[in-house]
Design a protein around this ligand. Structure first.
Ligand code: NAD
Ligand code: UD1
Length: 336
């Protein structure tokens, strides 16, 4: 299939393009390189032996989208492009609503005009908010967002559900990612965010690289086995493979479906730090600090629906495999 991949140069998008190419699909990448760079294209080509079509452009530009749909016979869209830094979204809400929500609306309008009605969408476990109990299940009510980034995901899920009601021939898959981590086993692709990272694994990497002085473990008084926050860390290659399974399913399934992509198991901050130290041989300077505002104690998925309906489950997401792959990416790509 010809797949338009918005945000395909980014962390999750690039890994998904590798899997798409290896499965015989043709990804056509649209990315404005706001949070990625051109070297990713060469790295995808080195891994797969194929260079995907790449257009540098913005999802909010209708002309660019119309051109892409006119030029390529696009069978489906995987929509990754978004701004995703939680703290920044609090400072710059207009930019987040514009990029994420307006961008999605423009994309949907262009799809409608071109007669393309199949979409896989990157949602997040953040939509469960703080009101639900773990393990989070797809049929739980959506929670309350504590930041504009989370609000955009809730809004976009709602828009897509409304689209599916109004247009019964649309086929939409909402994938709720838990905590994506890890890197391609080749060491050629991984997470390398521009600016100051917010998430735990990129911060661990910066500390290991000596680019940040120490890791602040934000909260050691949660009601969890060791007092630190518990999350469902999913290897990015497992996540990418989940998109292929969702794509196979969605093309035959009119309506809007929702699936959690996680491992179903929680890992504490300390457990992840220890696994990273073992994989790298580096002792990370760290200390305990107060809880981060908006954080919850535990987040992990119920993954039964994805196993049952998509035939997918995480296979590479042990703490050891995740940390070994991250370490290989840091060392092999000379990011150390
Ligand atoms: P990323 O920033 O690495 O990738 C996003 C890509 O989209 C980047 O290459 C960026 O340049 C591009 N982009 C941003 N705005 C654009 C625009 N207006 N037009 C065209 N391209 C644009 O992020 P990621 O971690 O790969 O996340 C991909 C998707 O998954 C996002 O929608 C994100 O919200 C969602 N998600 C990510 C996580 C996570 O922890 N990484 C968790 C849950 C959901
Ligand atoms: C965060 C976002 C969430 C978003 C998700 C993926 C917040 C409040 N939540 O979730 O909306 O969907 O990222 O992008 O920002 N931690 C530390 N020290 C740090 C950073 C994090 O100890 O410097 C801890 C946190 O307290 C948490 C765990 O590490 O227990 C994971 O944090 P993070 O990677 O930011 O992910 P989430 O909190 O799940």
């Amino acid at each position: 299939m010809n797949i338009l991949v918005t945000g395909g140069m980014g962390y999750i998008g690039s890994h998904t393009c590798v899997e798409l190419l290896q499965a015989g699909h043709t990804p056509i990448i649209l990315d404005n390189l706001y949070n990625s760079n051109l070297a990713v294209l060469d790295n995808i080509a080195e891994i797969t032996g194929k260079t995907p079509v790449f257009v540098q452009g913005d999802i909010r530009c209708r002309e660019t989208l119309d051109g892409l749909f006119a030029q390529h016979k696009i069978d489906a869209v995987i929509h990754f492009a978004a701004l995703k830094a939680v703290a920044e979204s609090v400072q710059k809400p207009l930019e987040y609503y514009d990029c994420n929500v307006t961008g999605t609306l423009v994309l949907l309008q262009a799809m409608q005009a071109a007669g393309c009605n199949t979409l896989v969408f990157s949602s997040s476990a953040t939509v469960y908010g703080s009101e639900n109990q773990v393990p989070f299940c797809e049929d739980m009510p959506v929670g309350t967002a504590t930041n504009p980034y989370g609000s955009t995901k809730i809004m976009m899920e709602r828009i897509l559900q409304d689209m599916a009601v109004a247009n019964p021939d649309w086929k939409i898959s909402l994938l709720r990612y838990f905590n994506p981590v890890g890197a391609h086993p080749s060491g050629k692709l991984g997470e390398d965010p521009n600016g100051i990272p917010n998430n735990l694994m990129p911060i661990i990497c910066r500390v290991a690289q000596g680019k940040m002085e120490e890791l602040l473990i934000t909260g050691n008084d949660y009601d969890t086995p060791d007092g630190t926050g518990v999350r469902d860390y999913i290897h990015v290659v497992d996540l990418a493979l989940g998109h292929l399974k969702a794509l196979d399913k969605v093309v035959q399934t009119p309506g809007c479906s929702i699936h959690n992509l996680g491992t179903g198991k929680g890992l504490s901050v300390l457990e992840l730090v220890q696994a990273f130290e073992k994989a790298s041989g580096i002792t990370l300077p760290r200390r305990f600090a107060p809880r981060r505002p908006g954080d919850i104690a535990e987040s992990y998925a119920n993954v039964d629906r994805a196993a049952r309906e998509l035939g997918w489950q995480a296979k590479h997401s042990s703490a050891e495999e995740i940390c070994q792959d991250v370490w290989r990416f840091l060392t092999k790509s000379n990011k150390r």
